[in-house]
Structure formats: structure tokens, C-alpha cells
Design a protein around this ligand. Structure first.
Ligand code: FES
Length: 98
């Protein structure tokens, strides 16, 4: 007897960052994706973002939102990322006689 098991495809949750393209700072034209990237590269505070990207350096209305994006980015970077399986792979299982 031969049993063939098809392994399911794991959804790719590692590309969530690509979904984030919302303007946070209109004065400087900075998106949340750019902020997340800056956090990945070591920016850890609004002060860092202001220095690196100019976020909240003019009217300052984006400061609260920018802090929220920093917080989210930190959480996401500490969450596990699963690699996507490109396709289902059959696994052959041949039970051995007892
Ligand atoms: S919206 Fe960011 S400084 Fe004005």
C-alpha cells in the first residue's frame, strides 16, 4: 500500500511590508514603508526618524502616526517570518509491515 501526502502551501506572510505604502508625513512625502525600512536599519525613535528622513520636522502633524508605525515595525520585526512554499510537494509514505 502506498500513501501519498500532499503538503499544504504555507501563505507568505513575510511580504506584509510590501502592502504598507501609505503617506505618513505629507510635508516630506514619507510613507510608512520608508519608516519601517528605517526602523529595520536601526532608527528607534521619532528623533532618529526626524534626523534620517525629516519626518515631523515641519508641521509635526505626523508625529503621532510615525510613532505608531515605529511601534508596529518593532513588533513585526520580532515576529517570526515563514518562508513561502513555491508549490505543494507530494510526500510518499510507504508503511512498513509490523
Ligand atoms: S506631515 Fe510630517 S511634518 Fe508635516
Amino acid at each position: 500500500m502506498i500513501i501519498v501526502i500532499i503538503t499544504p502551501t504555507i501563505p507568505n506572510i513575510g511580504t506584509q511590508r510590501e502592502k504598507h505604502q501609505m503617506y505618513v508625513c505629507l510635508c516630506k512625502g514619507i510613507t510608512d514603508g520608508q519608516i519601517r525600512e528605517a526602523v529595520d536599519q536601526g532608527c528607534d525613535s521619532l528623533r532618529d526618524l526626524r534626523r534620517e528622513l525629516g519626518v515631523a520636522s515641519q508641521c509635526g502633524k505626523c508625529a503621532r502616526q510615525a510613532r505608531g508605525v515605529i511601534r508596529e515595525a518593532r513588533t513585526e520585526s520580532s515576529a517570526p517570518v515563514y518562508a513561502a512554499a513555491t508549490s505543494a510537494q507530494p510526500v510518499m509514505f510507504i508503511p512498513q509491515p509490523a
